[in-house]
Design a binder for this molecule. Structure first.
Ligand code: SF4
Length: 315
């Protein structure tokens, strides 16, 4: 009843966002973290020739479609907010994990949404508010395609996984809704939250010199997304014994190989206390120019020979 009155008041006054944030405590909002503007129209598919061009004609529209779908679903969530956080049994999370596997998602983990990792602007998806808890997701990018970076096959594979993971994330959010819970699907392209930081909290791995997530399974070769849910308690995140700091300190290969010197030798701490490891402006320009770059993923020993070999070789 109270919620209905609030919703009518919101409609009448137009003070939608402020009031939602003040009254509906279960929503989480940014504490001011800045993100980079990703302009979808700067991905020029004319760079892809022959069979790559044919594939791009499928991948790029799919990417746009999955972004649009996530945006539409988010708007619908905001129009009909839940009253509370719902209790979820162990069996629910087991079903979510199984469904993720069926959808082709390679990595899944759980962590409460941390407001300090939410961006001030999600330029791509327009998401401002998230529910209490996060289901962090990851999908592998093809080794051979990434090994061609910064040539077009690598960029196209990156776009392909943005589209595939975007679609799988939307579908998994549908599955969660079908079980009676609420879900906001956060698309892997752009996104409202710092995915690598959430992935570390969810136990996926560690952050390397370039700021990318390194996992035992795929090294730096995955894309990430998230679904925020009003379901609790979360299953426990299993934190693997995983050490990369010493390697990263000595290696610095990604710093040396970045074509535009966008990676800092040592991370910079910004006024908000968040570590920054790359010059985002330099990176994004080259990223557009090459339709995806990915040299820093390709050149990483964690990509080339894998975590286990790195560990035993004691770089
Ligand atoms: S994606 Fe390319 S430009 Fe950006 S940091 Fe990596 S190597 Fe440098």
């Amino acid at each position: 009843m109270i919620l209905s009155i609030i919703k009518i008041f919101i409609k009448l006054t137009g003070l939608k966002q402020i009031i939602i944030f003040c009254v509906i405590k279960l929503l989480k909002k940014s504490k001011g973290l800045n993100s980079r503007l990703i302009e979808l129209n700067k991905f020029d598919i004319r760079e892809f020739k022959g069979s790559l061009s044919d594939k791009a004609k499928i991948v790029v529209p799919k990417l746009f479609k999955t972004v649009q779908r996530a945006k539409t679903d988010y708007k619908r969530e905001m129009k009909n907010l839940p009253d509370n956080v719902q209790s979820a049994p162990k069996e629910f999370w087991e079903e979510v994990i199984e469904q993720a596997r069926i959808l082709g998602i390679d990595l899944i983990g759980f962590a409460p949404v941390d407001e300090k990792f939410i961006f001030k602007n999600d330029y791509v998806g327009g998401i401002e508010f998230l529910y209490e808890n996060g289901i962090v997701l990851g999908m592998e990018m093809d080794y051979k395609a990434i090994d061609k970076a910064p040539e077009p096959p690598a960029g196209l594979e990156s776009l392909n996984i943005y589209a595939e993971l975007g679609e799988a994330t939307n579908k998994l959010a549908d599955f969660i809704r079908s079980k009676g819970y609420r879900a906001i699907a956060c698309h892997p392209l752009g996104g409202p939250i710092l995915y690598p930081a959430m992935a570390v909290k969810a136990g996926f791995g560690k952050i390397g010199t370039q700021g990318l997530l390194i996992t035992k399974k795929f090294g730096p070769r995955q894309r990430l997304s998230m679904i925020s849910v009003n379901a609790t308690p979360l299953p426990e995140a299993s934190q693997e014994n995983f050490e990369i700091d010493e390697y990263c300190k000595k290696c610095k290969r990604c710093v040396q190989m970045c074509p535009v010197n966008a990676i800092y030798y040592e991370p910079i701490i910004k006024e908000n206390g968040i570590k920054t490891r790359i010059d985002g402006e330099k990176c994004i320009e080259y990223f557009y120019e090459t339709t995806g770059c990915l040299v820093c993923i390709k050149e990483r020993p964690f990509h080339k020979i894998g975590y286990k070999a790195m560990y035993y070789s004691r770089l």
